[in-house]
Design a protein. Structure first.
Length: 406
């Protein structure tokens, strides 16, 4: 279990991330719906939604150098202000170039939010690493859930610009929490640019885990499908099947609200699933839980591909997101096992593989949809997930051990 001293910084940095994710999460939910009125083509929607991930391939290493040089509170204050500016740019679009510039800025900001949270988690008891990462994922996604539900409702009633402007203002509420990370005598983490270990290691037994090489490959595939293809195209898929909306329980539900509720199953499930998945991986290891979650995720995506019923589609998306949130904790924890030996260089590489998958995903999804249909895009994604799940059975990490602080 985590001590109070370990838990406080984990929760604080997670709340900061939650508030700053409002604009990004809302953009994924409603930009595909308002692209026509904003004068943005379908291809440019994919490029805009993926741009922040492309830039993180460069800014992940920049974030590592930032934490080695400055106090975490200083870094977080700067990126919170920059995030509010990016979200305001989404609210009052002045063309594709402005959109792309704002997404580039947000990509750099998120590199710092993510690495700061990960490094703080690595300073906890190694036997509770999965739980620490689960809490980070759970709390930080509260903002995403609020954005896609509340933002979708606001967009249906007040319009796109009002919803995005509200998200920009709310992101500034993260500033007071920054002071909770202030440590005047020492930096919370000093990740080595040379890749030195985060802590002096001592071995402890653990059940099955993965090699860092497999974590990188699996991170690429799972993020390509989950965050690159599904999250970027879900609103468009629902619009194909429901048009401007649908009637449920005698009430008409607009497509933006419907998309918001579908996305909220992702954020809502992570609140409960992520900590539980973390505890599960700490107790039973990473391999078996990852295999089960990934195969179920692939199966649910296949159902989305071939079901034309809107209710069945919504349920299949919900199952997909539950499995995705558990799977991400299992894989993050496995990467953390190796990062205790190899330090921030390993974290940066792992994060960059995830970002590469997320970046190419929207381009592949919308590109293939233009040539065929989203049905075949989702079938392709399901096959990738099932494939990486089966490959996990063959991966072997030498000695199957983790490293803990002395």
């Amino acid at each position: 279990m985590l001590t109070k001293a370990e838990l406080k910084p984990i929760v604080t940095v997670s709340v900061i991330t939650a508030l700053t994710l409002l604009g990004d999460s809302l953009l994924y939910s409603i930009l595909p719906l308002y692209a026509g009125s904003l004068g943005i083509s379908t291809f440019m929607v994919g490029l805009i939604l993926s741009m922040n991930r492309w830039v993180r391939l460069a800014t992940n290493s920049l974030a590592a150098r930032s934490f080695a040089r400055w106090d975490i509170a200083v870094i977080m204050a700067a990126v919170v202000l920059a995030t509010a500016a990016c979200t305001a740019a989404y609210a009052f679009p002045l063309g594709v170039a402005v959109f792309l510039t704002a997404r580039i800025m947000w990509g750099a900001c998120y590199s710092h939010f993510r690495l700061g949270a990960y490094l703080l988690a690595l300073r906890t008891n190694p036997a509770s690493l999965g739980l620490a990462l689960g809490i980070v994922q759970s709390v930080s996604r509260l903002g995403s859930m609020a954005a896609v539900v509340g933002g979708g409702l606001l967009a249906d009633r007040a319009g796109y610009s009002a919803a995005m402007a509200a998200a920009a203002l709310l992101s500034l509420a993260a500033l007071p929490f920054v002071f909770g990370l202030w440590r005047p005598q020492s930096r919370p983490d000093t990740p080595s640019e040379s890749g030195a270990a985060v802590e002096a290691p001592v071995e402890e037994p653990l059940g099955d885990t993965f090699s860092l090489a497999f974590c990188n490959r699996a991170g690429f595939v799972t993020y390509l499908v989950g965050w690159g293809i599904v999250m970027a195209s879900m609103a468009a898929v629902l619009q194909e099947r429901a048009g401007s909306g649908t009637v449920l329980a005698g009430h008409f539900i607009g497509i933006a609200t419907l998309s918001g509720f579908a996305s909220s199953t992702n954020w809502l499930s992570t609140l409960v699933v992520s900590p539980l998945a973390g505890r599960l991986s700490d107790r039973w290891g990473r391999r078996r839980p990852f295999l089960v979650a990934t195969l179920l995720q692939g199966g649910s995506l296949m159902l989305v591909a071939f079901s034309q019923n809107i209710l069945a589609t919504m349920i299949s998306f919900a199952v997909f997101f539950v499995c995705m949130n558990a799977q991400r904790v299992f894989l993050d924890a496995a990467a953390g096992d190796g990062a205790r030996q190899q330090g921030s260089a390993a974290i940066s590489r792992y994060s960059s593989w995830q970002d590469l998958g997320s970046a190419v995903g929207p381009l592949i999804g919308y590109g293939l949809a233009g040539l065929a249909s989203f049905q075949w895009v989702y079938t392709f994604g399901a096959a990738l997930l099932i494939g990486i799940g089966l490959i996990s059975l063959a991966d072997r990490r030498e000695e199957g051990r983790v490293w803990s602080a002395a």
